[in-house]
Design a protein around this ligand. Structure first.
Ligand SMILES: Nc1ncnc2c1ncn2[C@@H]1O[C@H](COP(=O)(O)OP(=O)(O)OP(=O)(O)O)[C@@H](O)[C@H]1O
Ligand SMILES: [Mg+2]
Length: 318
């Protein structure tokens, strides 16, 4: 069976500049497959090309090269839009409509019968946990987080087979993040395929079956979460916190260990080693310093951070 989303060598150049036009490669030969029912995370730093990919798949912009299929149809075939949902990065709403009116309108666009539209609107507003007191308020009076919920509701109006969510947690408070996370997880039980992008690692880590990491327009990694974690662990920096000894003493003891960095802290020092592999040697060196007490050993950043940030040499070139 073919994948729900198939992306093949998809590239996008933007033309920038006014008098002297220059082409900037925002997406460079992306190839990716997302299977039915997967929650797929699309991760990357600001400017990595996540929204560009989404917009290409939604046919809001045109590719410079390559092709993609959604539900077996080429992205140029917009009839497939009846079966998918999309939450844009910066959703634009009709400000003077209320939340309920807006969703009724969306349901009408998808051809729901009149009575069904109102029921559908209520069902969705409840699903995204928008406070019922706000259902009949104009959207222009909504906070960012409230608008984000309306945006999500709108993406689900047609009970889509695939949803594309561009930063679904953006603008939400911690409770809101958890609610949206639960909502996305509940889509899994209905068999909906979810393709969502984020620069927040923890959202991807708790939700996704698989994830892709985009670095400056290029696919840097793709795989199941545990594979990505393993790859990250192998090159993960570790931080060792020590009390009872000063940075100079520790620095001397660690001088044999290449790549260890020692930073003074009140009452002790923090030692950073480039790889998890070096922790044992560093601890052995710390023990040789009189009075040194081990406080903690922990990874620097989240498990996937190393893969996410990457190194500067892999920058996409136009
Ligand atoms: N309309 C445009 N014209 C010119 N350059 C653009 C345009 N849209 C995006 N870019 C550039 O393309 C690159 C990718 O942008 P994109 O919006 O896809 O990143 P992103 O991964 O979604 O980032 P963020 O996390 O900030 O939303 C950036 O360098 C950006 O400056
Ligand atoms: Mg974006």
């Amino acid at each position: 069976m073919s994948a729900v989303i198939e992306i093949e060598n998809l590239s996008k150049d933007y033309e920038v500049g006014f008098l002297r036009k220059k082409r900037v490669r925002a997406l460079d030969s992306l190839s990716l497959r997302v299977e039915r029912g997967e929650i797929f995370g699309f991760l990357g730093a600001n400017g990595a090309g996540k929204s560009t990919t989404m917009k290409l798949l939604m046919r809001l912009i045109y590719p410079t090269g390559g092709r993609a299929r959604v539900l077996g149809r080429d992205i140029s075939d917009v009839s497939v839009h009846a079966r998918i949902g999309y939450l844009p990065e910066h959703p634009y709403f009709y400000d003077y409509l209320t939340a309920r009116e807006f969703l009724v309108y969306c349901a009408e666009l998808f051809g729901y019968a009149n009575d069904d539209c109102r029921a559908r609107a209520a069902e969705l507003l409840a699903a995204v946990r928008l406070d019922a007191k706000s259902w009949d308020k104009q959207l222009r009076k909504f906070s960012k987080g409230m608008l984000q919920r309306v945006g999500l509701a709108q993406a689900l109006v047609n009970d889509p087979e695939v949803v594309f969510l561009d930063e679904p947690m953006s603008g939400l408070d911690p409770v809101g993040r958890r609610e949206v996370r639960d909502l996305i997880a509940s889509l899994r039980t209905r068999g909906t395929t979810v393709f969502f992008c984020s620069h927040i690692l923890s959202d991807i880590e708790v939700l996704c079956d698989r994830a892709a990491i985009l670095q400056r327009g290029r696919l840097a990694h793709v795989g199941r979460l545990e594979e990505l974690r393993r790859a990250a662990g192998e090159q993960r920096a570790m931080e060792i916190t020590v009390a009872g000894a000063d940075a100079t003493q520790l620095g001397a003891a660690l001088s044999q260990l290449g790549g260890a960095r020692v930073v003074a802290t009140p009452g002790g020092a923090r030692i950073e080693v480039a790889k998890e592999h070096d922790v044992d040697a560093a601890l052995a060196a710390v023990r040789t310093v009189a009075g040194a007490r081990l406080v903690s050993v922990q990874p620097v950043g989240g498990a996937l951070e190393e893969l996410f940030v990457g190194d500067d040499d892999s920058a996409a070139k136009p």
